[in-house]
Design a protein around this ligand. Sequence first.
Ligand SMILES: [Zn+2]
Length: 195
Amino acid sequence: MCQNFCSWCSAERETESHIFLSCKKSWLVWSWFQNWWDRKFWLNLFYAIVWSLWLARNEKVFYGVNTSVVDICTLTLPRLSLWMKALDPTFSILAMDLLITSKSIKSWTNLLKECRLAVWAAPPASSFKWNVDGSFLGKPSLSALGGVLQESSGDFQCIFSCPVGYMDSNWAELYAIRKALEIYAALPFLANVLL
Ligand SMILES: [Zn+2]
């Protein structure tokens, strides 16, 4: 076998993108995890999979050991569990739990999704809607505010964002509302429009 070809499939040159993504074996590993994704979880999962693929590739190249897709996935889980626990103390799912079923991680990620879930609803025809928000790191902390004005079609009519200094998060939220009302009062094209 040509040394530059993939040690698993021998079908393509062993580039980084082939080893970690497009090789059939790698792709099957990614596919196995694809339903588990959450942003924080996914970042750690990404590194855990890449690291596991690299170790499996080395096993093949240096020792001729052909690690199966199931074994690569299974070996990814303890790494993932340990890394998640190190980065997020709320993560309490053991590798053994993940080995038995992915249900626990799915419910953990769904819990996070539920916390973040916010669905925009269009205002009635001929009306406009402000969505405003205050952003902050703590209570109190350096804060900022922002807002978007949209019409019923969803098109943006106005966007604002600015820092507001060190304050309590509730004040940042209130300032965001006040800023939106100031803009509403100042823009001539909004004079006869319902908010
Ligand atoms: Zn390959």
